[in-house]
Design a protein. Structure first.
Lengths: 305, 305
């Protein structure tokens, strides 16, 4: 099979053998934002046409390729959902040959007295495939998974089924405060190479865990600089700790349930430290799990065939 | 006396009679960001020179004119502080004639095990004068005052003394989310005249008061639009409710202590609604109170003279 991760900014693909092992990988800077609406098939054929020659070859694609701005919109599959449910909700762009993995939706309890908000939806697109891959890679059936990023996801998995999840705009709010807020005047320029500063990061996490809320604690980036209590070079890491710490505080994970962290090592290491300060053990998963997730979905197709 | 409010974007002044009544007012779009570092005296003389002719005339200036980017830096006066303390900490740019009112600082408890953050400072500049004016206008000696804005301030006053205060970056975070975040793509263009929408605002406040945290709840602006549950035109007000509601939830004001709201009517009305949903009665104060605040400080000078 061919496993494809087609996101906003990049396109990656892998040719997998019959055991899910990677035979070959390719990538291009052709995220969906760089492809015209009618250009997806051509880009696909250019990059993966030769891999598709065997008539029984199947390609599964995860990520924003299934959004309204993608190749075709793959409607969200409602939670709870497991690999089988997701395989049954694939959006086939070429029947039997090329399919898009749907994102997931779930509902949070909203306002009892407002029908429009009785339920408030949440969504993910791409992370569902990483979760399936992480479960396969670890053999876990029950877990809390955290996928940090622009919009972090916390997912609750029971019996290999994604029951519900919660999004946090953590990465994006950090960037907004870092680059566009009045705090940016206090902080060193973005292109200054900032050394890693675990201590300053942990100060931020601890401040966040004390409560007070990010709307308040973020202001301390300015005042600590104003009174020269903390050098400006240390404040970006402190701010990062405040924002990630706020996410951890709000989610208030149960220390009794182990957390699996899925994502880039630099980011999962931060979350591991922040969770440890909140008394929660978390284990980062090394390496990409998207291919493993697509392989799980493909296995469900084989079983149904 | 002459009362002056010299902020970031505007310069306003008033000539007051011996009872604090306003005889005349003037203003110019000459906030401190529009004045070169050595240009403050010339701007002052241009706009207020004739008012200063009586040899005993005194001008008091509040606002960012006392910041590092202002005429002269007026170091923050530590809390607790009342009108007398502030009068004693004036920064005289022309001895006996022209003075800058210092901002206030206070300390929040920080991290016991990190000397750099054992105390975390908070600051205001300009709001201290409004608070003194609001106390004079209402006759209150004990109150919680809320001054909404880019960086909202909640101040605790006992026996006419500002004991402590807390800043929230509410107005700024709203603007960042409204204009620069991924949510902005979901929301109508900024120049679309949005009709007031109390219901959508209150939905946002109620969602915020349920908890979950702004990092999470803000994401619902996107999902409610994605699933067409709430029309895009209603979402800016919903987002405003989420952000202001988060501030109210975090501050968790005691319903037994009445709240006095000081600021622009459009903004204080929002806070009044948000506080009501949290079970807190709040009273907006009509009109500007900066002249009344400067008058209180000037009275302290007279008493000391």
């Amino acid at each position: 099979m061919i496993a494809i991760d087609w996101g906003t900014s990049a396109l990656r693909g892998a040719l997998l053998d019959r055991q899910g092992g990677v035979l070959q990988e390719r990538s291009a800077p052709l995220g969906i934002l760089h492809v015209p609406p009618d250009g997806f098939e051509a880009v696909f054929n250019d990059l993966f046409g030769d891999w598709m020659r065997p008539p029984s070859q199947v390609a599964l694609m995860a990520g924003m390729v299934g959004s309204q701005q993608g190749w075709q919109e793959a409607p969200y599959c409602p939670c709870p959902a497991n690999a089988q449910d997701i395989a049954g909700a694939l959006r086939w762009v070429q029947p039997g040959r090329i399919a898009i993995v749907p994102g997931l939706s779930c509902q949070h309890a909203g306002l009892a007295d407002a029908p429009e908000l009785a339920q408030v939806p949440d969504v993910m697109r791409g992370e569902e495939t990483q979760i399936l891959g992480a479960l396969a890679a670890t053999g876990l059936k029950d877990a809390t998974l955290v996928l940090p990023g622009t919009h972090s996801k916390w997912a609750r998995v029971r019996a290999q089924r994604i029951e519900a999840f919660t999004s946090y705009m953590t990465g994006e709010v950090y960037q907004l405060l870092r680059q566009h807020s009045l705090l940016a005047r206090t902080l060193p320029p973005l292109d200054d190479a900032t050394a890693a500063d675990d201590e300053a990061f942990e100060w931020g996490v601890q401040r966040a865990l004390q409560g007070g809320g990010l709307l308040h604690t973020a202001f301390s980036v300015r005042t600590l600089s104003l009174f020269r209590q903390v050098p400006a070079q240390r404040l970006p890491e402190y701010l990062s700790g405040l924002v990630i710490g706020e996410e951890v505080r709000q989610h208030a994970p149960d220390p009794a349930t182990p957390v699996l962290l899925v994502g880039a090592p630099a980011l999962t290491a931060r979350y591991q430290r922040a969770l440890a300060l909140a008394g929660v053990q978390a284990r980062p998963l090394e390496g990409s799990v998207t291919w493993a997730g697509l392989w799980q979905i493909a296995r469900e197709l084989d079983m149904n065939a």
